[in-house]
Write a protein that binds this ligand. Structure first.
Ligand code: GLV
Ligand code: MN
Ligand code: MN
Length: 395
C-alpha cells in the first residue's frame, strides 16, 4: 500500500489542535500538560486504528506495538513552552503513516518530555536506561513540580517498560531546526551524528536588600554576579570552542524580581553542546572555575543543580544507507548528509539498538518558536524518503 499524503497531513494538523497557541501554527503542549495528555490519548486511538497495540509506559512514553519483531519509528509529541507544530509531531505522525502503509511490521513511539521540562529528553533517557527512574523522579521543573508528581497525573500508565528487544532499530524523522537546508533550498538531510549536551542549573546567593539605601560597594547583588559570570565565560570559551559549539543561559529566576530590591538570589540554566565529548568536559571545567572565581570575588554562595547530559552519537550505517538511497530517489541533487545540532530521542535509543535520522528543512531555520514551519512539499518529500527507505530495508 502506498503512503497516503492527505491522511498524513490531516493527522499532522489534527495533532496541532491539541494546545494550538492561536499564534501562527504554534503549540503550547509541554510534557504532562492537559493538552499533552489529550494528544497522547488521541494518538493511542490512531495507533489502535492502524492495527497497533497502544501501551503507555510508567513515564508516559506511548508505544503503538506491531506484533512480533518490528522496526520502531517515531519521535515525541510534547512541545516547548512556546513551540512549533512540527518539532517531534512530524516524526510521530510520519511513523504512524508508514506503519499504516508498510508491508513490514512497524511500531510507533511518542516519547515523553523530550523537550526537557524536567531533564534532557527525559522519557527516552529513562526507557533506554540512561537515567534511572529514581533519579528522574526527583528532577523538578521551573515551578518546583517533581517528575514523579507530573507522571502520576497520567492515568493508564503501565507498571512495566516496553521490552526493547522486540525492535530491530529506530528511525526518527524530524525538522532540521536550523538554516542549512533552507539556505541551499535542499529538501532532505540524512543525519550522520547528533551532538552531545550538558545541562545544569547554577545558583548564586548573595544578600537581598533595599535598592535605595544599600551603597554599591556593600552590595552582594546576585544579578551582578550572573552578569559578570556571563561576560567572563564568553571570554574564556573563546580559546576552546569551534564555530559549531553553542552555549545558552535560557532560564533565569531572579529573586525576588522587584525593581526596588537588590536581588539576593539568582538561579539560571547553563547548557552547552558540541560534537566532541572532550570539549564538553573542558567547557564544564571552565564553567565551574569561572563560577567559583566570581562567587569568591563578589561574596556569593554558589550551588549547582544535577548535571544532565548526553554524549555525541553516530548514526547506524545500514539504516542511514537506506535513508540515503531513499533521498536519492525522491530528492536527487537536493539532499545532503549533515550532523544534528539539536538533540533527539534517537541519542538515547542508540543505547539499545541501531538508530538513524532524517531531516526536512525549517523555513528560515526557525524552531522552538510559534513561527516554526516547513513547506508542505518538503513534509511529503520526507515521508516519501522514509517510505522508500523502509521498502528497501525489507527487500
Ligand atoms: C531539543 O529540542 C533540543 O533542545 O535540541
Ligand atoms: Mn524535537
Ligand atoms: Mn525541540
Amino acid at each position: 500500500m502506498a503512503v497516503d499524503h492527505r491522511r498524513f497531513l490531516t493527522d499532522l494538523h489534527k495533532l496541532r489542535e491539541f494546545g494550538a497557541s492561536g499564534v501562527g501554527k504554534g503549540v503550547v503542549r509541554p510534557a504532562y500538560s492537559d493538552a499533552d495528555i489529550a494528544a497522547r490519548q488521541w494518538l493511542a486511538v490512531r495507533m489502535a486504528e492502524a492495527g497497533l497495540t497502544p501501551q503507555f509506559d510508567p513515564v508516559g512514553n506511548l508505544f503503538g506495538l506491531a506484533s512480533g519483531r518490528s522496526l520502531l519509528m517515531g519521535s515525541h509529541s510534547d512541545s516547548q513552552p512556546e513551540g512549533g507544530w512540527l518539532d517531534g509531531a512530524l516524526g510521530v505522525i510520519a511513523a504512524l503513516e508508514i506503519a499504516r502503509s508498510s508491508d513490514r511490521p512497524i511500531s510507533v513511539v511518542s516519547f515523553q518530555d523530550e523537550e526537557g521540562r524536567f531533564g534532557v529528553t527525559t522519557g527516552s533517557a529513562v526507557w533506554s536506561g540512561g537515567l534511572p527512574l529514581e533519579k528522574a523522579d526527583v528532577l523538578t521543573d521551573g515551578a518546583g513540580v517533581t517528575f514523579c508528581q507530573a507522571r502520576s497525573t497520567m492515568a493508564d500508565l503501565s507498571q512495566s517498560f516496553v521490552d526493547p528487544s522486540q525492535f530491530s532499530g529506530f528511525v526518527e524523522m524530524h525538522i532540521e531546526q536550523g538554516l542549512s537546508l533552507d539556505a541551499t533550498r535542499e529538501q532532505i538531510g540524512v543525519v550522520t551524528d547528533i551532538v552531545g549536551i550538558r545541562d545544569m542549573s547554577i545558583t548564586y546567593e548573595g544578600q537581598q536588600n533595599h535598592a535605595g539605601t544599600t551603597p554599591m560597594h556593600l552590595r552582594r547583588d546576585a544579578f551582578q554576579a550572573l552578569s559578570v559570570f556571563n561576560t567572563r565565560l564568553n571570554e574564556r570559551f573563546r580559546n576552546v570552542v569551534t564555530p559549531q559549539t553553542v552555549w545558552t543561559i535560557g532560564r533565569v529566576e531572579l529573586h525576588p524580581n522587584a525593581s526596588s530590591i537588590v536581588p539576593g538570589r539568582v538561579r539560571f540554566s547553563m547548557q552547552w553542546r558540541d560534537s566532541d565529548a572532550d570539549r564538553l568536559v573542558r567547557m564544564e571545567e571552565i564553567i565551574r572555575a569561572t563560577a567559583q572565581e566570581i562567587a569568591d570575588e563578589l561574596g556569593m554562595a554558589l550551588d549547582y543543580g544535577p548535571m544532565l547530559g548526553l554524549e555525541p552519537v553516530a548514526m547506524d550505517l545500514t539504516l542511514r544507507g537506506a535513508l540515503e538511497n531513499g533521498a536519492e530517489q525522491v530528492a536527487q541533487g537536493k539532499w545532503r548528509r549533515m550532523p544534528s545540532g539539536a538533540l533527539h530521542d534517537a541519542t538515547n535509543v542508540s543505547r539499545l539498538m541501531p538508530v538513524a535520522m532524517l531531516f526536512v528543512p525549517s523555513i528560515n531555520g526557525i524552531s522552538h518558536d510559534f513561527a516554526e514551519d516547513t513547506a508542505e512539499t518538503d513534509l511529503i518529500a520526507g515521508l516519501e524518503v522514509l517510505d522508500r527507505a523502509m521498502r528497501s530495508l525489507s527487500s
